[in-house]
Design a protein around this ligand. Sequence first.
Ligand SMILES: Nc1ncnc2c1ncn2[C@@H]1O[C@H](COP(=O)(O)OP(=O)(O)OP(=O)(O)O)[C@@H](O)[C@H]1O
Length: 418
Amino acid sequence: MFVCATLSAIMLVHGRFQKRAAKFAQEFTANANNVAQEVITLVRTVRVYGTEKQEFKRYANWLDKLYDVSFRQTVAYGGWSLSLNYLYHSTQVIGVVIGGLAIMSGKLTAEQLTKFTLYAEWLILSTWWIGDNWSSLMQSVGASEKVFRLMDLLPSKQLSSEGLKLEKLKGQIQYADVSFSYPSRPTVPILGGLNLTLNPNEVVAIVGLSGSGKSTIINLLLRLYEPTNGQILIDGVPLTELDIRWFRERIGFVGQEPRLFRMDISSNIKYGCPRDVSHEEVIWAAKQAYAHDFIMALPDGYNTIVDDALLSGGQKQRVAIARALLRDPSILLLDEATSALDAESEHYVKSVITKVSRDSKAKRTVVIIAHRLSTIQTADRIIVMENGNIVEDGKHIDLIEKGGLYSRLARRQNDDLK
Ligand SMILES: Nc1ncnc2c1ncn2[C@@H]1O[C@H](COP(=O)(O)OP(=O)(O)OP(=O)(O)O)[C@@H](O)[C@H]1O
């Protein structure tokens, strides 16, 4: 009984250790994989900066930690097996020695000693077997805790098709006292009580210094994040009450750095379009986005397989604009690229923006986040942002005359061009 009790005590300590070790092993493996994935994705940057050795060290650092925890796990298991062998065989030796003496003094028969030895063996081996399975179970529990935590999360409303579907999306967007902080930095306020109404069919440009919160306004409209306070209303209905899939189907979005999928260019333009589209419509969208000519110059035209690396930044931007226009969206969101486009690409992107803004047949609200102020001079309204607040709101001419932040930004860009 003493041996079984000792084995049980070791089993509990060993099981707890294996559970913790499994958690660490999983974490270190994930971190090592993250480094590998990051380096492969950013391989050009790593090569250009010659940081191969540093990255190798970063990867090796996590592998060393993994090795360390795996080594400890193996040593612990060795100790657990050793304790069985030690306790089991020493019990047998002690049993046979004491039992033998008892037989010689006539206190015990050989049959009783044999029975005792057999029962003791069964008991000890069964206790060990339970303990061994217990430690494996603890190891699995440690490794699967994170998976169960993820499984327990409630399904995101982002993926559901619940909520209101309006008869028609007119495109009125209202930010009512919206405050926001990113979940990763909850103490840093990005927007502080933003009040802004964009009317249907209006072309609105949002400008401001880098980091003033322009893209955040669009992220909230796309419901990639929820406001910390206040709410966003679409045609007077809270965004949270709308069917998010239905709403997003009616939005055309071109991000700062559009990404292409590894498939033919026609499929890239059709990507995410909620209706069946003909090849003629794809060509129409590409022409609207000034992408048709360069697509036709590719080896297989619209059937050319492209990926993120095959086209220039400006070309990808135009494919993304064609993708957005093909949906014939009620709300068009353009987040102009901050990265330097070559002069020709910039000219094309500017022309598309001007064309889209002036298309009186297409009834849609257009929101352009602009870094080059020359692009948005014809917008119906220009919103100027500073540190998460709107500091100016008006037409280009009025804002220039006002002599505030917008006129300073415009002057600075003109000076840069001189
Ligand atoms: N995912 C994120 N997590 C935490 N902070 C973020 C995140 N995205 C942006 N921020 C921070 O929020 C602030 C506003 O960022 P935002 O991208 O809205 O600015 P912006 O005006 O669009 O800038 P830019 O003109 O450079 O694109 C910045 O200080 C930025 O560091």
